[in-house]
Write a protein that binds this ligand. Structure first.
Ligand code: UD1
Ligand code: CA
Length: 452
């Protein structure tokens, strides 16, 4: 099929400089949700009709399988589809979607396409308790005969509760002919896509309908209020799926997934966590409250305690992280590594059973196995111009408040005394310490406050 996504509307009520369809839902532009759903129908061609915001839409979402056409000025939904006409292949039907209606499911669209078959028109409709503002579905002898817009409807038509969601599919050759003959002689002076229904009836083309499984599938975004409402619906759906897969969510209303979260068995997630990008939590992983985890892999049985920030990092099996730990891009932690409170790790590998339990910065470092990094230890990886690596071999013990001025290597089994500023390599199996000798002055008097 061909897919046309209407995304030229201006979204004035968003009160924003960003084009409406680029506002994120679950961390991804509204329009990208629609494009991704369209893609899962494997269309021959997918065309986005954009308008407001200059080239922001095509620039942001450019992809090989998409084309973009500008609709300027915006003269209605029929006029919008007209702009895409040159892109549409005649031998297959055309599905029209809205770029600001992000939650329509694949199953519903399949139902609609099946209702249309190869040569019928099909409209996705819903019954609403309050149909105000929508185009009404007018039926005679239960067949759809036309759609009348709110502003053009008479009193009895306004009482119709079945409305047009806007999503429809039509045979392309007919669609092109109907569009070419649309008029804008109506209450809004617009070219209505909905007028093609009456044309189809005139031409003897059957008009079918399908209904979505859930009403939220057809909700659109016109304001920040509606955006926030859809975000909650979407997050609720994601949380439900996770629960159904066996993930324990301490409160399904207090988790946010902005991307793809893959969970193994017996995963537990406490409240207030945000997952972004692609995150994998293996079997038995526990995530404490208020963690933000982005593009990361947490291996079997690892425990992430509350208030951790983890980005582009990989955490080994049975590791213990946090509370209050920060793992920055390029961090790879092996099995049973412990990273404690106020420890920052960046672009570093830590071998199995190594620990940095308190107040440390480990950046651009290669750390072996069973290494103990004392409180207050930092790698001085940056000289103001370049970054350098620190190498800490297996079984090293680093005393508290040590600075490792990179590039520098600490040999296997070495011990660094507390307070050391290491500027040269430390040999294996020895104690290295740089520290002023301790002295004590007996009988020393504290200064006393002078009288003025
Ligand atoms: C339209 C339908 C109405 C339906 C409603 C569902 C028509 C004439 N009316 O109403 O039957 O109940 O959607 O929400 O089709 N757009 C463009 N270019 C334009 C105008 C609109 O790209 O010139 C896009 C908008 O960005 C939006 C979609 O088309 O994604 C619908 O536009 P909107 O103005 O919200 O729809 P209505 O005309 O109110
Ligand atoms: Ca609308």
């Amino acid at each position: 099929m061909n897919v046309v996504i209407l995304a030229a509307g201006m979204g004035k009520r968003m009160q924003s400089d960003l084009p409406k369809v680029l506002h994120p839902l679950a961390g991804k532009p509204l329009l990208s949700h629609v494009i991704d759903t369209a893609r899962s129908l494997s269309p021959q061609h997918c065309c986005v009709v954009y308008g407001h915001g200059g080239d922001a839409v095509p620039t942001k979402l450019a992809a090989e399988d998409l084309s973009f056409v500008l609709q300027e000025p915006q003269l209605g939904t029929g006029h919008a589809v007209m702009q895409a006409m040159p892109m549409l292949q005649n031998n297959q039907p055309t599905l029209v979607l809205y770029g600001d209606v992000p939650l329509t499911t694949l199953a519903t669209l399949q139902k609609l396409t099946q209702a249309a078959g190869k040569d019928k028109l099909a409209v996705l409709t819903v019954e609403l308790d309050d149909p105000t503002g929508y185009g009404r579905i007018v039926r005679e002898n239960s067949r759809i005969v036309r759609i009348v817009e709110q502003k053009d409807a008479n009193d009895s038509e306004r009482r119709i509760r079945e409305v047009n969601t806007g999503i429809l599919i039509a045979p392309t050759t007919h669609l092109k002919r109907w569009l070419a003959n649309l008029s804008n002689d109506n209450a809004q002076g617009e070219y209505y896509l909905t007028d093609i229904i009456a044309r189809a009836v005139e031409d003897g083309i059957p008009v079918e309908s399908a209904q979505p499984a859930f009403a939220w599938e057809t909700l659109g975004v016109n304001s920040k209020v509606q955006l926030a409402e859809l975000e909650r619906i979407h997050q609720h759906n994601i949380a439900r799926q996770l629960l159904e897969q066996g993930v324990t969510l301490l409160d399904p209303a207090r988790v946010d997934v902005r991307g793809a979260l893959h969970c193994g068995r017996d995963v537990e997630i406490d409240v207030g966590c945000i997952f972004e990008g692609t995150v994998e939590l293996a079997d038995g992983v526990k995530i404490g409250a208020h963690c933000v985890i982005k593009n990361a892999r947490i291996a079997k049985g690892a425990v992430i305690k509350p208030f951790c920030h983890i980005e582009e990092a990989s955490v080994g099996a049975q590791a213990q992280i946090g509370p209050y730990a920060r793992l920055r891009p390029g961090t790879t932690l092996a099995e049973d590594v412990h990273i404690g409170n106020f420890v920052e790790v960046k672009n570093s590998q830590l071998g199995a059973h190594s620990k940095a339990n308190h107040l440390a910065y480990v950046g651009d470092a290669t750390v072996g196995m069973r290494v103990n990094i004392g409180a207050g230890t930092i790698t001085c990886n940056y000289d103001g111009a370049n970054k350098h690596r620190t190498i800490i071999e297996d079984d090293v013990f680093i005393g508290s408040d040590t600075q490792l001025v990179a590039p520098v290597t600490v040999g296997k089994g070495a011990t660094l005394g507390a307070g050391t500023t290491l500027t040269k390599d430390a040999p294996p199996d020895s104690l290295t310490v740089s520290r002023a000798k301790q002295i004590s002055i007996t009988g020393w008097q504290r200064p006393v406050k002078q009288k003025k």
